[in-house]
Design a protein around this ligand. Structure first.
Ligand code: ASP
Length: 441
């Protein structure tokens, strides 16, 4: 028998109906021994997430406003689920009272926000008949709020060895002084990955409300194909461009211990979802060239030209120094013999473009500076690309046929990623053209 760690997101534990689906999934496979849960999420459009309500409690506390009613809404939602599931032996009031007592002591926002996962795990454990294992003392952060990965792994491993089956709350652990410390939003995914690593799971299942990753954004491409398998690297290349289904920091713990991550849909449990793995046998199945296409709008390209640039020492270092002074991240830095272009998101530039250009002018003394506004970047990613000749030719032809003017090209050194910069207005057309060339064959 193996071990699977199953993490269920907010929508999978949002109410009694969803929790019943969750239980059916867990009991359908005896390997699903360790379960990590988020706080209940939205039940319908316009509903509130428990975590958001808890942050609201804290905001009220900070402004000396009464918060009891908001906390009561939180408690009522858990009570409703409990009644719905017929868990009459469970004394939830005990936990609500404990939290109310702690709220009087003006606790940190992290403590308050974490109570959604805490209560969710207690309730789910009772419903499944699994042990409840609190993560507060097991997931450890340093004084700067950084995860202590090895200490955490040891603590989780030692504790979970004592339990046959357990439910753990996602999202939080503790600071060196023992107080609750949370991950960033969506961090229950990280807890799931840490638990998977600690119990050396065969697979880390991440159950959510979508059946994994799609080859392209469904708002742009109609009914895009689902990605059945994707490597960690491909996912990285795609995720930094667009919305992600999984918290980025959840990848590392699973990857170091070689545990595949399977994204699954609680509402369509028969769907195999997306498998994130480095197993090349799985990844190269079929004849796939492109795994996914992702992008985003609103970048600015600053192209610097200077005769003999390549023999001038420290040119790029000075560019980076200037960006650093203005706290701007660059996305790409394509370069030629006498040119280098700096691609930055408008968000990162944050209204400082004029100042930065002046600095470039005075500190770099280029022969010319060209600024291209309103650029969208599109990444076409796939391990299949490096084994096939002519992939870039196909990509550029598809864009030319669609009437899209390519303003910039950058190919990652891994040969599994081609990034093109196009005008914002051509963004959707370009994605559709690449999709129909490579995916919809
Ligand atoms: N409940 C937390 C949030 O809403 C963490 C999580 O669900 O992963 O961000």
């Amino acid at each position: 028998m193996g071990i699977k760690v199953a993490k269920f997101g907010g929508s999978s534990v949002a109410d009694g109906i969803q929790l019943t689906k969750t239980r059916n999934i867990i009991t359908a496979d005896p390997d699903r021994k360790f379960v990590v849960v988020s706080a209940p999420g939205k039940r319908f459009d316009g509903d509130s997430k428990i975590t958001d309500l808890l942050y609201l409690v804290k905001t009220h506390m900070d402004h000396n406003l009464p918060y009891d009613q908001i906390f009561q809404v939180v408690a009522d939602r858990f009570m409703a689920v409990q009644i719905n599931l017929g868990l009459m032996d469970l004394n939830m009031n005990r936990y609500f009272d404990e939290i109310r007592e702690n709220l009087k002591k003006n606790p940190s926002a992290d403590y308050v926000a974490s109570r959604g996962e805490y209560l969710s795990a207690i309730l789910t454990a009772a419903f499944l008949g699994y042990d409840f294992v609190d993560t507060q003392d097991l997931i450890k952060f340093d004084s700067k709020g950084r995860l202590l990965a090895e200490e955490t792994n040891e603590a989780l491993e030692a504790e979970l060895a004592k339990h046959e089956r357990a439910v753990l709350p996602g999202f939080y652990g503790s600071a060196p002084d023992g107080s609750v410390k949370t991950f960033s939003r969506g961090g229950s995914d990280i807890t799931g990955a840490l638990v998977a690593r600690a119990v050396d799971a065969d697979v880390y299942e991440n159950w959510t409300d979508v059946s994994g990753f799609l080859c392209a954004d469904p708002r742009i491409v109609k009914n895009p194909k689902q990605i059945s398998s994707i490597s960690y690297k491909e996912l990285r290349e795609l995720s930094y461009m667009g919305a992600s289904v999984l918290h980025e920091d959840a990848i590392y713990p699973a990857r170091v211990s070689n545990i595949p991550i399977n994204i699954r849909n609680t509402n369509i449990p028969e769907d195999p979802g997306t498998m994130i793995t480095d197993n090349m046998d799985i990844l190269t199945r079929g004849d796939r060239v492109v795994t996914g296409i992702a992008g985003s709008k609103d970048f600015t390209v600053v192209a610097l030209y200077k005769n003999m640039m390549s023999s001038e020492k420290g040119f790029v270092r000075r560019i980076l120094g200037i960006l650093d002074d203005y706290d701007i991240n660059f996305e790409h830095l394509p370069s030629g013999i006498d040119t280098v272009s700096v691609v930055m998101s408008n968000k990162s530039i944050d209204g400082q473009l004029d100042e930065v250009l002046e600095e470039f002018q005075s500190r770099l003394r280029p022969d010319s500076i060209d600024v291209i506004h309103d650029i969208a970047l599109i990444a076409t990613v796939g391990h299949g690309m490096d084994r096939r000749a002519g992939t870039s030719a196909r990509l550029f032809t598809a864009l030319a046929d669609a009437g899209v003017n390519i303003r910039m090209i950058d190919q990652g050194s891994s040969e599994m990623n081609i990034i093109v910069g196009v005008e914002n207005k051509d963004f959707e057309t370009a994605i559709r053209a690449i999709y129909s060339e490579f995916v919809e064959e």
